[in-house]
Design a protein. Structure first.
Length: 114
């Protein structure tokens, strides 16, 4: 039996980075804009918000692409390669090629959610 815990831990970290970037892009840009507008003039605060927004967007795109192309720990092929096979990309519940369940820790595909 193989232990895929290390691979799934890396997957979870990448997924969490994407979630933070997704949920931090608009609310934190808004808070940053109004917070900095009290201390700096409009142009400098707008520049800081623009840098934050673009940075979050780039992290979001990078993490999304990496998750969509995630290699299955068992077969090494793209995990969510087929759109109609239990979801696509980060929404796939099983490997489209070998059938390994998401977060499965054994070769037989028995899922151990943590």
């Amino acid at each position: 039996m193989a232990d895929y815990a290390k691979e799934w831990k890396a997957y979870r970290q990448l997924r969490n980075i994407m979630a933070v970037a997704l949920f931090g892009i608009v609310p934190l840009s808004w808070v940053l804009h109004f917070g900095l507008s009290f201390f700096w003039n409009g142009r400098l605060s707008d520049y800081a918000v623009s840098v934050w927004f673009v940075s979050c967007f780039l992290v979001l795109v990078y993490a999304g692409v990496r998750l969509s192309l995630w290699a299955c720990p068992r077969c090494g092929k793209t995990f969510g390669a087929k759109p109609l096979y239990g979801g696509w990309g980060i929404f796939a519940r099983r490997c489209a090629n070998c059938g390994l369940g998401k977060f499965a820790n054994e070769r037989r595909g028995a899922a151990k959610l943590t």
